[in-house]
Design a protein. Structure first.
Length: 417
């Protein structure tokens, strides 16, 4: 039985009735299944089945400290991109040694803090960044483990805003500069060159782009080893997709690919999946405020908005929409599902066929566990959406609704006004 499914025509997350939860919490809110998160992790580990492959969860996908804790307890390390995410991981009890710091623009302050905590690895994206890390590590008498992120020059397909592996993207060190940069890191006493990383994109639903990235990495590992440079770790990054529209995600094939890669290279292989571990485990529950029948369209105006889930408008992303109470008849109607924010871009779906819907009905947007709450904001001075974590019959508010009163308490009017 999937973790998010109807039981007697009522939508449940594990053993919690979503409509009952909505009554208690109010709408909108995110709800996550703990079991679905752990299972996604365990299935990936089982598909890879190799002791030298280590999964680091990309915290940005869903950075709630309770979610980090679920994955950390399941055995995952963490992949972070800011000092803020580092603090989240430490608060969730993750060991510093299990943390990898990625990102193209780490500040000196963030690097210094990560050095002080002695994290497991820095993924370096440019030579100036390497120089700063070396200087700070030397000053603190630390030896930082460094992997160089290479830009493999690969187009992984998918939406332009989440492509990362092409030469014109800002990420990674250009292929031609990698050998020299690696040799350079290897000569700096405060740095230990441990390996290479790459990340080619997100929501990748076939294995070919990973195969291409693996081949590029393997080529570079050989070149480095031929120069007597030691390469102990190689990361294929994140990017494995989820089933937003019923796509089949080739997890078994991906697992075989990664396993084969680890065998051939005879080194540790790291992965940094985000979406794949949490995406399908979450829903966004929202209430229909109005059914507006206009000349050209029927609109469902709901109480969630682009500030709660920005993916549809930012990436033209598709989220399946399901009524929280399954309707008794099969009649469908075509709607645009829109939020209250004053922007035309504030929509969740366009021309979507849905069961006939009335004001006050609850609907759920599926596959909202990744890049939903973590990208949410308070635009239009809306309350920040709460997050609920569910395990069996248990549910807990892991982030309460951040009210407008709380937001106002952050701000002040200078006394010279
Ligand atoms: N590693 C690095 C270096 C990354 O930049 C990312 C994501 C990941 C791992 C995790 O990727 P994943 O496994 O989740 O695909 N907000 C967009 C996705 C942006 C991904 C950014 N980087 C969305 O909602 O689709």
């Amino acid at each position: 039985m999937p973790a998010i499914a109807y039981k007697n025509d009522r939508l449940f997350v594990e053993d919690v009735d979503v409509a009952a939860l909505a009554k208690e919490i109010g709408t909108p809110f995110y709800a996550y299944s703990t079991s679905a998160i752990s299972k996604a992790y365990e299935n990936l580990v089982a598909a890879i089945a190799h002791p030298r492959v280590k999964i680091h969860y990309a915290v940005k996908a869903n950075s709630n400290i309770a979610v980090i804790k679920v994955l950390s307890r399941a055995g995952a390390g963490m992949d972070i991109v800011s000092g803020g995410e580092l603090k989240r991981c430490l608060k969730a009890g993750v060991k510093a040694a299990d943390i990898i710091f990625s990102g193209v623009g780490k500040t000196e302050e963030e690097i210094g803090f990560a050095l002080k905590k002695d994290i497991g690895q820095f993924n370096i994206e440019s030579l100036p960044e390497m120089e700063i890390l070396a200087r700070l590590a030397q000053g603190m008498k630390r030896r930082a483990k460094v992997a160089l992120r290479i830009n493999p020059g690969i187009d992984a397909g998918g939406h332009a805003k989440i492509s990362t592996g092409k030469e014109e993207d800002k990420f990674g060190i250009n292929w031609d500069q990698v050998e020299n940069a690696y040799a350079c890191v290897s000569e700096i006493p405060a740095l230990e060159a441990v390996g290479l990383t790459t990340h080619i994109g997100s929501q990748i639903t076939e294995t070919a782009p990973f195969q291409n990235a693996a081949a590029r990495l393997e080529d570079m590992v050989k070149r480095l080893r031929a120069r007597d440079l030691s390469v102990q770790r190689v990361s294929l990054g994140g990017g494995l997709g989820i089933s937003y529209r019923g796509e089949k995600i080739p997890v078994a094939e991906f697992g075989r690919l990664v396993r084969g890669f680890a065998e051939r290279l005879d080194c540790e292989v790291e992965l940094e999946p985000g979406r794949h571990l949490v995406g399908e485990a979450g829903i966004l529950v929202t209430k229909v405020l109005y059914v507006k029948r206009a000349a050209a369209k029927n609109f469902l105006v709901v109480d969630a908005a682009m500030n709660d889930l920005i993916r549809p408008t930012l990436y033209e992303a598709h989220h399946h929409i399901q009524p929280v109470t399954r309707p008794q008849d099969n009649a469908l109607e075509t709607y645009d599902v829109v939020g209250p924010v004053c922007e035309t871009g504030d929509y969740f779906a366009k021309d979507r066929q849905l069961p006939i819907t009335q004001a006050n009905d609850l609907i759920a947007l599926l596959c909202a566990g990744a890049y939903g709450a973590s990208m949410s904001s308070t635009y239009n001075s809306r309350a920040l959406c709460p997050e609920i974590l569910i395990l069996g019959r248990k549910s807990a508010v892991i982030r309460p609704r951040l009210t407008i009163e709380q937001q106002l308490s952050w701000e002040n009017i200078p006394n010279w006004l």
